[in-house]
Design a protein around this ligand. Structure first.
Ligand SMILES: [Fe+2]
Length: 186
């Protein structure tokens, strides 16, 4: 890949990543799981900051704008939900949705780690070492997020997605991620 193509791939992926977290946030809010919604709101805001920082880096270090070519809607929210109301979500729908949402998150971050690894490697091949190191910081963040999401899936699967304990932990998640979100702009 050329340098322009690498930056375009990363930038388009970042925009889709923001869309993914925004849709997961709304999905959890719809399910009444405000703590998980706060978690994805935090990642949405954090990755938006990361995207702005990335664009600034490319403009200032490579003197050009990024051309985004392949941004598509990640379509996390099932089409049937768009005509439903919150009261329609029975326990089995809620459980299915929680499993699906965690799987979507894991798959997304797995793809992110793979893409950033390839881009890091391509930048090294192109002898753009500083830019490679810059991309590496995003790669490490994505890998940490992937590990967290996978561990969450293992924990929730171990208790068969028990809704009582999931509801009980929402306040703590909300508090933690609201605090983290506030720190982003300091
Ligand atoms: Fe993410």
């Amino acid at each position: 890949m050329s340098i322009d193509e690498i930056f375009s791939e990363i930038s388009s992926h970042m925009i889709q990543g923001m869309m993914t977290h925004e849709q997961l946030m709304n999905c959890y809010e719809f399910l009444g799981l405000h703590g998980y919604a706060a978690c994805h709101k935090y990642h949405y805001l954090s990755e938006t900051n990361g995207y702005i920082h990335f664009c600034n880096y490319v403009i200032n270090h490579f003197d050009k704008l990024i051309q985004n070519e392949r941004v598509t809607d990640p379509e996390i929210i099932p089409a049937t939900w768009l005509t439903a109301v919150r009261e329609d979500t029975d326990p089995s729908t809620r459980k299915q949705a929680m499993v699906a949402a965690l799987d979507e998150w894991i798959e997304w971050e797995r793809g992110t780690v793979e893409l950033y690894s390839n881009c890091y490697n391509d930048l090294i091949q192109n002898k753009k070492i500083a830019a490679a190191e810059f991309v590496k910081s995003y790669l490490l963040d994505a890998e940490e997020e992937l590990t967290f999401a996978k561990n969450e899936k293992i924990k929730k699967s171990a208790m068969d997605f028990d809704i009582v304990s999931i509801i009980e932990e929402q306040d703590a998640w909300h508090k933690l991620y609201s605090k983290k979100a506030k720190k982003l702009n300091k």
